[in-house]
Ligand binder design. Structure first.
Ligand SMILES: NC(=O)c1ccc[n+]([C@@H]2O[C@H](COP(=O)([O-])OP(=O)(O)OC[C@H]3O[C@@H](n4cnc5c(N)ncnc54)[C@H](OP(=O)(O)O)[C@@H]3O)[C@@H](O)[C@H]2O)c1
Length: 271
């Protein structure tokens, strides 16, 4: 019986066990998946002693696990964060999850102008996905200006794409058609009334993507939908990053064999 787990601090809220157990159930696989609460103090002991066949890694360990890995794949190395470990090698599947979610929802990224809200780990994975998709431009708006600037510099190092940072206060004047991606936790349960950016300038020309999946439709997306924008919640990205992890662990195209609608239903019921 293969054994997998997600580690994090906190981790009690994680839906990864529900996602992976449903994949194993659908495909009749002999495997179990659990969540393990690992504090920063416990990380070293855990990483050197655990016997799991594979791990997902969440906040705050996505970078802290580096010293315990033998190798990083290219995207994890560039993004500087690992959310999946297999055989001592670290991977980042968040950016793949984002791209797949765009694909599932018919959002074409190539040549588009994109606005990222936030400048943390998820923002960097999304920026990497946008670079890979040859978008026209990237604007990064973050509460802490220095972090927005640092991510802007990072994008410049990786690509020729036009990139600039902005402050959240200046976002009231969206002058063109944007794909806006919320990579902050603003609006996540239990803070469900908050929005990462006001929707004054939103209209049917905008596409709004939230990385948050609890709630399934954030207040920000609800307000945007009322203004006519196309909206995409974070559940598809979450499912796709999990499927990409399963593909790595089992070395096969698990993602093409599962019943996605059923998986989504199970997760929606668990939220
Ligand atoms: N759907 C998925 O599969 C998936 C995958 C990964 C992450 N996510 C989601 O992405 C979000 C961010 O995760 P992360 O790993 O990037 O976290 P992170 O590295 O801690 O970054 C959080 C970012 O949000 C900003 N922020 C936090 N609280 C804020 C507030 N009250 N007002 C304005 N800005 C705020 C931070 O700004 P400062 O720089 O000013 O602190 C930072 O830029 C989470 O909601 C997470 O659930 C979803």
């Amino acid at each position: 019986m293969k054994q997998f787990a997600v580690i994090g601090d906190p981790v009690a809220h994680s839906l990864s066990p529900v996602l992976h157990q449903e994949i194993y159930r659908q495909l009749g696989m002999e495997a179990v998946y659990e969540k393990v609460h690992v504090t920063p103090d416990q990380l070293s002991d855990f990483m050197t002693q655990n016997e799991f066949d594979g791990l997902n890694v969440t906040i705050p360990h996505k970078t802290a696990v580096f010293p315990f890995l033998n190798e990083l794949n290219e995207s994890a190395k560039i993004i500087g964060a690992v959310n999946c470990i297999s055989g001592g090698k670290g991977y980042n599947t968040d950016w793949i999850g984002f791209l797949k979610a765009m694909e599932y929802n018919d959002v074409e990224l190539t040549e588009k102008n994109c606005l990222i809200l936030g400048a943390g780990g998820a923002a960097r994975a999304v920026a990497y996905a946008l670079i890979k998709s040859n978008v026209n431009s990237i604007t990064i708006a973050n509460r802490t200006k220095e972090k927005a600037e640092s991510l802007t510099q990072w994008v410049k190092l990786q690509s020729e794409i036009r990139v600039k940072s902005s402050s959240p206060e200046h976002l009231n004047t969206l002058t063109s058609k944007y794909i806006i991606i919320n990579c902050t936790p603003v609006g996540m349960w239990p803070d469900t009334e908050s929005v990462p950016m006001n929707v004054n300038d939103i209209d049917e020309n905008q596409i709004m993507v939230d990385t948050i999946y609890n709630p399934l439709e954030t207040e920000w997306l609800k307000q945007g939908k009322e203004k006519g924008a196309k909206i995409v919640g974070g559940l598809d990205m979450f499912i796709a990053q999990g499927l990409a992890s399963a593909d790595i662990w089992f070395g096969e195209n698990i993602s093409e064999k599962v019943d996605l609608n059923r998986l989504k239903q199970i997760l929606k019921a668990a939220i």
